[in-house]
Design a protein around this ligand. Structure first.
Ligand code: FES
Ligand SMILES: [Fe+2]
Length: 323
């Protein structure tokens, strides 16, 4: 496939997603890789193709003592540099190409083997320093191209359709507060209808959402959208992460952070917040997977300048500065 946005930094995992001594498969821009984290927190990444007879290494297992991955087919073992471990020693040469990772705290980034065109953003680390991490949710491979998945995150009109039952929006006004290259901050004022007591009983976090919400979103093209919902009880920083798996598959997951006015609310609301975030992605996925091929829109809505901005960054990628 023709790589999508080559040289962009992709956030491919949060450390908590990897587990320990367990192969973690990853597809990025049409190539398959395997990652694993050892007990000391070191992370290795290789092409997933065994150089013997091309079995997928991610279906194998980790040999803890040597920090190698064993192939599921004939059990050959390779270390994190792709060297073969046989008869008690490592080969001098590498048989498998490692994938270069940039591990920034709990964030695992990669340029997928391309020359970096943009720096790894620092926003994620800032959020992690300021907020409690609640967990990862909504991890899924969406059967849709990257641009469509990107655009829905910059689309401030679809809440009335895609998320109508969940958000009960009556109106939404969004505008840029900052727009600086690949970074944008958008304020969003949403008026919504009341939830019924039954709806709140089923999903307690709904009770914390005020009738008029003053939210904001921070975007770092192309990997990240942080949606920040503010209510008297809780302020959430919900990071929607995307990366292209293939031409028509896109991986997403949410990193959920929050600050509670009263720390005792955290255990009560944590699961509900994670669940709510996963519903939102489920609804987006259903929408994205049902779209017909893209055509030039014949109708326009308010707030679309935000989506137009993202699409322009995507279409003008060739002009991105080399760092
Ligand atoms: S295919 Fe991997 S060891 Fe043979
Ligand atoms: Fe959505």
């Amino acid at each position: 496939m023709k790589p999508i946005l080559p040289g962009a930094p992709w956030l491919v995992a949060h450390r908590s997603m990897l587990g320990v001594n367990r192969p973690y498969p990853l597809t990025l821009n049409g190539r398959d890789y395997v990652l694993w984290q050892n007990t000391s927190g070191e992370i290795s990444a290789l092409s997933n193709i065994c150089p013997h007879m091309q079995a997928p290494l991610s279906k194998g297992w980790i040999c803890q003592e040597r920090n190698t991955i064993a192939c599921p087919f004939h059990a050959l073992e390779f270390d994190g540099l792709g060297r073969l471990f046989r008869d008690g020693e490592l080969s001098r040469t590498s048989f498998i190409e490692p994938l270069k990772l940039i591990v920034d705290g709990d964030f695992i980034w990669t340029y997928g083997g391309f020359q970096p065109q943009l720096p790894v953003p620092d926003l994620h680390q800032k959020v992690a320093n300021d907020y409690d991490f609640l967990g990862v949710t909504a991890q899924k491979s969406i059967q849709s191209d990257f641009l469509s998945c990107l655009k829905i995150n910059y689309d401030h009109n679809h809440q009335n359709g895609t998320h109508r039952e969940f958000f009960k929006c009556k109106s939404c006004r969004s505008e840029f507060i900052e727009k600086e290259g690949i970074y944008a901050k958008v304020s969003q004022v949403v008026e919504k209808d009341d939830y019924t007591p039954e709806e709140i009983a089923e999903n307690p976090m709904l009770g914390a959402i005020p009738d008029v919400m003053n939210n904001f979103l921070e975007y770092v093209f192309p990997s990240t959208q942080f949606f920040c919902l503010q209510s008297p009880e809780v302020q959430t920083y919900q990071g929607h992460i995307l990366y292209p798996e293939t031409e028509n598959r896109t991986q997403t997951f949410i990193l959920l952070y929050a600050k509670f006015s009263d720390p005792s609310l955290k255990p009560v609301m944590k699961d509900s917040l994670l669940h709510a975030a996963s519903i939102v992605v489920q609804q987006d996925t259903q929408c994205l997977e049902s779209l017909y091929p893209r055509q030039t829109p014949k109708i326009h809505l308010p707030n679309e300048d935000i989506m137009v901005y993202a699409e322009a960054l995507y279409n003008n990628w060739e002009g991105a500065p080399v760092i």
